[in-house]
Ligand binder design. Structure first.
Ligand code: ADQ
Length: 488
């Protein structure tokens, strides 16, 4: 439905992210768009569909620039749009993409930002490809941008892009959001001098720069000061001709979607199946295969719990789901084999023919099964050794319409800053994890409910729609501030 109220921004919204929010599938000579249902997609849609306070006009489709897995030939002559979005594919050759995406993004920036400097590879060819790829995204933006359009650039794959756009289109508003941890300066300074300066200056091409937590904001401001000499006053950096706002916007989820799922028949069936087939206490974890998620440490913590607490043997099932990810990379294959072995060893050492301590799945999970497990579990065990935010813990809490269950959460996840009522653990400390599992199993229902209520209220207050709204409201306030300064 079209909104009728005057939107805050008169231009269109252009999202630039590494991935398009669709799968483009060719059927009978026509390309169909299959829109994914990820959080960013629904959050962005709410910017045009909000009936009370629309941020952008719903008369225009949201423009989305992203990497295309299809070749230009496959897409030639096709209209890549649906009711809400117009897709603008960026074509990157396999050779560039390997050095850019696998290389600079996933073999350097990802490990560095997640505090694994020993895994970071500093290859010139990576950086060259990173510049080339950012330029390809820029070319696409330059092709479609119009006066008044607002561009929102997403994440560590596109850190040079805001400044590229700023140089050529100084009047357009630009936002940038960083989805992973921005590291402390001691890590960031490991980058070659020219690269780190280009990254800071690239990001600062934006008007509003967002991170998940105040710590990341602080680390970025320090990097801006030490690398490029930009001082800040609280959350503002004053350039000669403009002001930049750098702030925390903790990403969230669609609270109602998860909360309301509790009663959906398919979810109820999955929940009952889990409860009927598993032991009396259920621990659940789900994440992508990644060294940042602390999967091995989690298993060791669980093993310590089994060692310490024989009274719980045969009464607990730990369901651990790992989603295949980046499994063409050697490190990830090695990690997968370490996980397989550790699970096998724990099950062999502690299990018996009636009891399997760990039920391990290496696959993606359909939504109703995922929420079925969230709502069947006594404990969600979320133990990343670093995580920008971590949405799984927020989904677990929002799903618990029954206000029960205990969240065990790593202090290294961005979400820990908001979810202080969880049992907060150090993911590297096996004893801490083991103790938290015991505490969770013994926690009275009233205490669980008290903690759940506080966390649920916070996620409800600042859901993913509030997140996008907050970001663009800050952008509008910054415009007003510019206006005021122009008149002084
Ligand atoms: P991710 O590292 O992907 O995201 P996370 O925030 O936990 O991590 O999001 C994962 C999403 O995938 C969740 O919505 C979850 O439900 C889903 N998922 C996980 N395992 C699944 C499975 N087996 N089957 C189906 N769905 C599964 C990055 C950063 C995070 C940051 C987000 C958003 O690394 O720190 O929170 O971006 O900014």
């Amino acid at each position: 439905m079209e909104n009728t109220k005057q939107p805050l921004h008169s231009g269109r919204l252009i999202i630039v992210a590494y991935r398009l929010p669709f799968k483009l599938i060719r059927e009978n000579d026509e390309v169909q768009l299959f829109q994914n249902s990820g959080g960013l997609v629904s959050a962005v849609l709410s910017l045009v569909n909000d009936q009370k306070e629309p941020i952008f006009s719903s008369a225009e489709r949201i423009q989305w620039v992203g990497f295309s897995e299809n070749t230009p030939e496959e897409l030639e002559g096709q209209s890549l749009e649906n009711d809400d979005f117009q897709a603008h594919p960026v074509f990157i050759s396999d050779e560039v993409n390997e050095n850019y995406y696998e290389g600079f993004c996933n073999n350097l920036i990802w490990p560095l930002c997640h505090y694994f400097p020993s895994l970071a590879r500093f290859e010139e060819a990576y950086y060259d490809a990173y510049k080339v790829a950012n330029r390809l995204f820029y070319d696409k933006v330059a092709e479609i941008i119009q006066p008044g359009d607002v561009v929102w650039v997403q994440d560590y794959q596109l850190m040079l892009l805001p400044d590229m756009i700023r140089q050529r289109f100084p009047e357009n508003k630009i936002g940038f959001f960083f989805h992973i941890p921005f590291p402390s300066f001691e890590l960031f300074r490991l980058l070659p001098v020219a690269w780190r300066k280009a990254i800071v200056d690239g990001i600062l091409g934006a008007d509003v720069v967002g991170f998940h937590t105040n710590d990341y904001v602080e680390y970025f401001l320090k990097a801006a000061r030490l690398v490029s000499g930009y001082g800040n006053k609280l959350h503002y950096i004053n350039m000669s001709n403009r002001i930049i706002k750098v702030d925390s916007f903790p990403i969230s989820i669609d609270f109602h979607k998860f909360n309301d799922a509790f009663e959906e028949p398919e979810v109820a069936v999955a929940r009952n199946d889990a409860r009927n087939s598993l032991k009396e206490k259920i621990i659940f974890s789900v994440d992508r295969l990644d060294y940042s998620k602390g999967i091995i440490h989690r298993l060791r913590g669980y093993q310590r719990f089994l060692e310490n607490c024989p009274e719980w043997h045969e009464k607990v099932s730990f369901v651990m789901v790992v989603v295949p990810s980046r499994d063409t990379i050697e490190q990830y294959q090695q990690m997968k084999s370490d996980i397989d072995q550790t699970v096998g060893r724990i099950n062999a050492d502690y299990g018996n023919i009636y009891w399997q301590p760990i039920i391990y799945q290496y696959r993606s999970m359909p939504y109703h099964e995922l929420v079925g497990m969230y709502t069947a579990s006594d404990v969600a065990l979320i133990t990343p050794v670093r995580d920008g935010m971590n949405l799984v813990c927020k989904e677990y809490v929002a799903s618990r319409k029954d206000r029960q269950g205990v969240l065990i959460l790593s202090e290294m996840a961005g979400a820990a800053a908001e979810l202080g009522e969880a049992l907060i653990i150090n993911p590297l400390d096996q004893q801490d994890i083991a103790d938290a599992i015991k505490t969770a199993f013994e926690m009275p229902i009233e205490e669980q409910t008290k903690r759940m209520d506080a966390m649920r209220e916070r996620i409800l207050d600042y859901d993913v729609f509030a997140w996008t709204n907050d970001f663009f409201t800050q952008m509008t306030m910054l415009e007003l501030e510019h206006e005021r300064l122009r008149q002084v």
